[in-house]
Design a protein around this ligand. Structure first.
Ligand code: ADP
Ligand code: MG
Length: 252
């Protein structure tokens, strides 16, 4: 692990009218690690990562990526800087095949006597290549509508689309296993490990401490809009993390 964090969020606060969702939060994420964010409902997890991914602007605070201060006004700004997210809903077009999903809005074209045409063959071979080389995944079918794939394979398509972005450095995943059974969860955790192995910083929001302790290197605990602590999974137990989630006074 590098000694300097790739992502530094500093003193982040966010107010929605009278509601303080975040107050003075610091977060570090390193290249080549999985950082989990855990906490009860309403603790500020989603707001924190929406700020990191440019969806929300902080009321206060600063974000740097590789030492550069980020000024983001929307999610496209974050993608341009190499920060993207895969949400639980995956945002896939279910009726389209995997290659069409992979290149949705970024279709590859070829020129036919000066007329741009979709290059379906290239999109398909690129999709197969990225899935296999970067995630170790071979889809059951490249022709089927994405909705007919298993939960884990759909996840792979969504992750492949994100990691295909040139210069992606940070991948955020909000509850990727929430809707999955045990087998699909195990496959998704493998995908997360594959992305980490490529040197990206992976930030995983999860309610499952089992998942967190299987795949994460460190855990950032959010509680009532603040960071309640950061621990290494190798040096702490699920019980320790649970204690930080509920707070010492309640646990006692
Ligand atoms: N768009 C919003 N408008 C008003 N309040 C919000 C909005 N988004 C989140 N909040 C509030 O901010 C707090 C943190 O929410 P959230 O970040 O979604 O928590 P978590 O993801 O940990 O469940 C909650 O009190 C929530 O009601
Ligand atoms: Mg949330």
């Amino acid at each position: 692990m590098l000694s300097e964090p790739l992502v530094k969020m500093r003193n982040i606060s966010k107010r929605f009218g009278g509601v303080t969702a975040l107050s003075g939060v610091d977060l570090d994420a390193y290249a080549g690690e999985v950082l989990a964010i855990v906490g009860d409902n309403g603790a500020g997890k989603s707001t924190l990562i929406k700020i990191l991914t440019g969806v929300y602007q902080p009321s206060e605070g600063e974000i740097t990526l590789g030492g550069e201060t980020l000024e983001m006004t929307n999610h496209s700004d974050a993608i341009a800087k190499g920060i993207d997210a895969v949400y639980q809903t995956l945002a896939l077009a279910d009726h389209l095949d995997p290659a069409a999903n992979m290149f949705l809005g970024n279709e590859l074209t070829k020129s036919f006597f000066g007329i741009p045409l979709l290059d379906n063959k290239k999109m398909r071979s690129e999709t197969e290549r990225v899935l296999f080389e970067r995630l170790g995944v071979k889809l059951r079918s490249m022709d089927a509508a994405t909705e007919s794939l298993s939960g884990g394979q759909r996840q792979a398509v969504a992750i492949a689309r994100a990691v295909y972005t040139e210069g992606l450095r940070v991948l955020v995943m909000d509850e990727p296993t929430a809707a999955l059974g045990p087998q699909e969860t195990a496959r998704t955790l493998k995908l997360i490990e594959a992305v980490k192995a490529q040197g990206l910083a992976v930030i995983l929001i999860s309610h499952s401490l089992d998942d967190v302790f299987q795949v994460a290197d460190r855990v950032h605990v959010q509680r009532r809009g603040q960071c309640a602590g950061v621990v290494k999974t190798s040096e702490s137990s699920q019980q320790d993390v649970l204690g930080l989630i509920v707070g010492a006074e309640e646990a006692a």
